[in-house]
Design a binder for this molecule. Structure first.
Ligand code: NAD
Ligand code: ZN
Length: 243
């Protein structure tokens, strides 16, 4: 373990409240591609051209083809050691009641859930829930035909698209946890997608230390108290002990 990793482990173990903030990078070693960086492309399209309300209005079948492909891909992936370490830290904190570990994720995969994490603040929704694009019917579990059981209209993926507001209650829950934590542990997110990135600034403004694990450059590099360059699987399990 490097000196920085040891310092990070100590900060995490000493904190009464921890916010773990994850992005696509935490799932990269499970085989889920990130959008930015190598291997994130689908056919000739960019996510920015498909993950928008406009793209869906223009061609729902094309957008669904992309989401069906992503669902199939995620379904074949398994949670990795970083997802498991986070879930274990949450379980341990629940047992002692002496500390809280709040997981806030931008991911739309279900790998944190499958690793056993509970009470996840999901800022960008889920790949595995649909919503009716026509009527006010709420979330429905993934439908193959993509038609609403209530009105027969198009369902859409229950994810937040570019330019859309975050799900009600989720950003509030994240900000509240951020303001009360002593350590904000950021794993595998470039910080390019705003409002979500504001969580880290909220935490730091309220006095929290910021620890960042990512093999590449991130928007948090200049504000991180501890910057660990490396992959989630190689670094997270070592420093996030059950405390
Ligand atoms: P991003 O694609 O902008 O950034 C990913 C970050 O992960 C990069 O900084 C990269 O260097 C880092 N990374 C790559 N491999 C890593 C590893 N092995 N360990 C740790 N870090 C690693 O991702 P983002 O910041 O989460 O924003 C992308 C948006 O797209 C999110 O809002 C999310 O909803 C969506 N998205 C989700 C998934 C998913 O659910 N798994 C995948 C792709 C995109
Ligand atoms: Zn409907």
């Amino acid at each position: 373990m490097t000196d920085d990793e040891r310092r990070a482990a100590e900060l995490l173990a000493a904190a009464r409240n921890v916010v773990v903030f994850t992005g696509a990078g935490v799932s990269a070693e499970s085989g889920v591609p990130t959008f930015r960086g190598a291997g994130g492309l689908w056919k000739q399209f960019r996510p920015e051209d498909l993950a928008t309300p406009h793209a869906f209005a223009r061609d729902p079948r094309l957008v669904w083809e992309w989401y069906d492909w992503r669902r199939g891909l995620v379904a074949k992936c398994k949670p990795n050691a970083a997802h498991h370490a986070i879930a274990a830290a949450q379980r341990a904190s629940g047992q002692t009641d002496k500390r809280t570990v709040t997981l806030v994720t931008q991911n739309v995969d279900d790998l944190h859930e499958r690793a056993g994490s509970q009470d996840i603040v999901k800022l960008h929704g889920s790949l595995f829930l649909d919503q009716c694009a026509q009527c006010a019917q709420g979330a429905q579990s993934a439908q193959v035909a993509h038609r609403c059981g209530n009105c027969g209209g198009w369902l859409r993926p229950g994810v937040v698209w570019f330019g859309e507001a975050l799900p009600e209650g989720q950003i509030e829950a994240a900000v509240e946890a951020a303001r009360e934590c002593q350590v904000c542990f950021v794993i595998g997110t470039s910080g390019a997608v705003y409002s979500a990135a504001g969580i880290v600034h909220e935490a730091q403004a309220a006095g929290a230390k910021v620890i960042v694990v990512d093999p590449g450059d991130t928007a948090y590099d200049s504000i991180a108290d501890i910057r660990l360059r490396g992959s989630a699987v190689t670094i997270v399990p070592g420093i996030l002990r059950d405390g």
